[in-house]
Design a protein around this ligand. Structure first.
Ligand code: NDP
Ligand code: HSE
Length: 440
């Protein structure tokens, strides 16, 4: 029998993820010790309410409400409380005492990542956060380690399970957003406040984390452009499928050169987008997540799987735990945050994308020419136009629905084109405007 050095592991939070991490650690302790090269002794699980009934039971003697004392005696602290405070303070306390920290907390990483990395670097401790993006999916370590020799140019991610579940229900079952959200909440996918999911805040936090890591640049959360899915209708989703697309909430992180200024920089954005049916992301159903990475040398890669769930997320947390334990055994400094590129964060207005614009117009001679002129005036090239005509009400002219797909243009040119269309006397209404992503 091999004698291992024992490492003391403290878990903060005994909820959906924390209770599963504790259970798996107790169940598979010997196997994990063999992989880590160190014994992993669970010394306690800090919770808010020690008497609360838990779906996954934690041995009573391990449960405590005294998180601070637990942190003081630990070699590795696993933060699974969530939110900003007290999670941030506990992580700082743990790092300052020299403990390695593992967290699944996207909010704290997106808002306070640089501060936490700096604290870790000061004492030579490690900060791991694989579960903060994509739940069970390995994406942080591949970006940080496996792709460290490459240059990532773009990431397209479905990183919020709730919104993917909702949009998939609208597409496959014809649900409306409200009913699909109720079901996502019942199934436990949504955040306590589902606004975080449907308004894109959760995805924006994950986008900030992915962009910072992929581009070796600090991308502050408040620079991430964000639109949620609350304006997406069942009709739009159904029309998209007929046109050969699915609607997905995408987190897009890009490195590009601003055409107007020649400045190379990065941008992260979250919004609903039309994805062609033959793109791998179109096949991501239900609450699953996927991250599609475009790298200069590696080409296209896709990471796919469960983006949430207690036991699924626990898998990623335990992977981090084994890594942290290995470093304790091997010694040496931790992996510092990589921000050496320090590229400027470019505004959303300089991103180039394509729009699909659906317009209702009066079906009269000259209307199409007037609309084409508006696109041309704003420097936007039209790729395709399709038209369907409906009879007008008694005594009025028939109306036509025009679906216009543009070539790539800057976001500012596209936005000003839409504003000009809205003000044009030949346009009755703008039915929908969606960006198109994932086309070659
Ligand atoms: P839960 O809400 O299920 O659990 C939170 C736990 O933290 C509870 O045990 C709670 O105690 C405890 N807690 C809350 N406040 C305190 C406090 N002040 N001191 C000590 N303990 C406290 O959260 P999850 O397990 O779902 O999420 C944990 C983390 O994992 C979050 O950062 C989340 O974003 C992340 N994550 C979660 C995923 C999921 O599918 N659930 C997926 C990916 C990441 P009590 O039980 O007594 O209330
Ligand atoms: N509410 C989140 C989601 C949980 O739906 O993806 C995982 O971060």
């Amino acid at each position: 029998m091999i004698e291992y050095r024992n490492l003391r592991v403290a878990i903060l939070g005994g909820g959906s993820v924390g209770a599963q991490v504790a259970a798996l650690l107790l169940q598979h302790g010997d196997e994990l010790a063999a992989r880590a090269g160190a014994g992993l002794e669970l010394v306690g699980v800090a919770v808010r309410d020690v008497k609360a009934k838990r779906d996954t039971e934690i041995p009573k003697h391990l449960i405590t409400a005294d998180a601070e004392s637990l942190i003081l005696g630990a070699d590795i602290v696993v933060e699974l409380i969530g939110g900003l405070e007290p999670a941030r303070s506990y992580i700082l306390q743990a790092l300052n005492s020299g403990a390695d920290v593992i967290t699944a907390n996207k909010a704290v990483m997106a808002n306070h990542g640089p501060e936490l990395f700096e604290a870790a670097e000061q004492v030579g401790a490690q900060l791991y956060y694989e579960a903060a993006v994509g739940g069970a999916i390995p994406i942080i370590r591949p970006l940080r380690d496996s792709l460290a020799g490459d240059r990532v140019s773009r990431i397209l991610g479905i990183v919020n399970g709730t919104t993917n579940y909702i949009l998939d229900r609208m597409d496959v079952h014809g649900d409306d957003l409200h009913d699909a959200l109720a079901e996502a909440t019942r199934l436990g996918y949504a955040e306590a406040d589902p606004t975080a999911d449907i308004e894109g805040f959760d995805a924006a936090q994950k986008a900030a984390i992915l962009a910072s890591l992929a581009f070796h640049t600090t991308v502050p959360l408040d620079t991430v452009y964000r639109e949620g899915i609350t304006t997406v209708t069942r009709d739009q989703v159904q029309a998209a499928r007929k046109a050969g697309y699915v609607v997905k909430l995408l987190a897009i992180c890009e490195r590009f050169t601003d055409a107007a200024t020649g400045v190379e920089g990065v941008c992260a954005r979250v919004h609903p987008a039309l994805v062609p049916l033959d793109h791998p992301l179109a096949a991501v159903h239900g609450a699953n997540n996927a991250v599609f990475v475009e790298a200069e040398a590696a080409g296209d890669l896709m990471f796919y799987g469960a983006g949430a769930g207690g036991i699924e997320t626990a898998s990623a947390v335990l992977g981090d735990l084994v890594s942290a334990a290995r470093r304790h055994v091997a010694g040496g400094p931790g992996v510092a945050e990589s921000t050496h590129s320090n590229l400027p964060v470019l505004p959303m207005s300089s991103v180039t994308t394509r729009y699909q614009i659906t317009l209702s117009v009066v079906d009269e001679p000259g209307v199409l020419a007037a609309i084409a002129q508006l696109f041309s005036d704003h420097g936007v090239s039209v790729e395709a136009v399709s038209q369907s005509v409906r009879d007008g009400q008694a005594g009025s002219a028939p109306t036509a629905t025009l679906v216009i797909v543009t070539h790539r243009a800057s976001e500012s040119s596209l936005a000003s084109t839409v504003a000009a269309l809205a003000a044009s006397p030949v346009v009755s209404s703008i039915v929908s405007t969606l960006r198109v992503e994932g086309l070659q």
